[in-house]
Unconditional design. Structure first.
Length: 253
């Protein structure tokens, strides 16, 4: 069997063992409440400006790109609905997840990787502190909780910037823009798209923590962990999006 294939299965086997230890750390008390709050601020509040800018840029791009196409087909009045529907259903969640993968995934991978190579994690274990509970669990839970909130922020900024871009080309009131945009939108369109971002957050926190805590090779290994965290988080988020979109169409027709 090729060595690459063996490494592939070894990686998933190690990830399964990591998930088992992590699940025990998450659900069995005592809980690291103070560290969790710190991670909520680190992952949520400090990611908000970047996520907001990405959402705003997405709204502007959707407005500029779809206006010409809808005008050709004589459906320019559908522009608000297309912008809002696209943001809430797909663009907002996936853009937010990818932005957070880049910022938070690299940060977690580098931080835990540096702690691993400098033997700080070993020192925690020697001091009877569970590193899975203090380091990994808090980051995974924080990512899972904050991704839906960050997605809502990205959607809000995208809708607002989409309206601004639209009204600069052809004046339309914000109230009319919102009414037209949400007229065809139902709760079944909003709920699955926003809820699946919690799963994206779980993937980001889990993969980044796993890559960081298995770092080897000194400072060079820290760089590899940070890079692999971003790449794997982004890849798994995209693959999960394909699966979850199909699942949401089945569960929420």
């Amino acid at each position: 069997m090729p060595a690459l294939l063996v490494s592939f299965f070894e990686w998933f086997g190690d990830l399964g063992l990591f998930c088992r230890s992590l699940a025990h750390a998450v659900f069995v008390p005592p809980y690291e409440g103070r560290e969790l709050v710190r991670q909520l601020d680190e992952i949520g509040s400090k990611s908000l400006p970047l996520v907001a800018m990405a959402g705003a840029a997405t709204g502007v791009v959707l407005s500029l790109q779809t206006r010409d196409s809808l005008t050709r087909f004589g459906a320019k009045s559908m522009l608000p609905a297309v912008i809002i529907f696209s943001l809430i259903k797909e663009s907002g969640p996936i853009i937010t997840a990818l932005v957070v993968s880049g910022r938070v995934g690299a940060g977690i991978g580098a931080e835990l990787g540096s702690m691993k190579v400098t033997e700080q994690i070993d020192a925690m274990e020697a001091s009877a502190v569970n590193p899975y509970k203090f380091l990994a669990a808090t980051r995974v839970v924080a990512c899972t909780l904050m991704l839906p909130l960050l997605t809502l922020a990205a959607n809000f900024c995208g809708i607002l910037s989409g309206w601004i871009a639209t009204t600069l080309a052809e004046p339309i009131s914000l109230r009319l823009f919102i009414e037209r945009g949400f007229k065809m939108l139902t709760f079944n369109d909003f709920l699955p798209a926003t809820a699946m971002t919690a799963f994206f957050g779980l993937i980001i926190g889990l993969v980044a923590s796993f890559q960081g805590m298995r770092t080897k090779g000194g400072t060079e290994g820290v760089g590899r962990s940070a890079t692999s965290s971003v790449v794997l988080c982004s890849l798994f988020v995209i693959l999960a999006d394909v699966f979850l979109v199909r699942l949401s169409l089945v569960l929420f027709p």
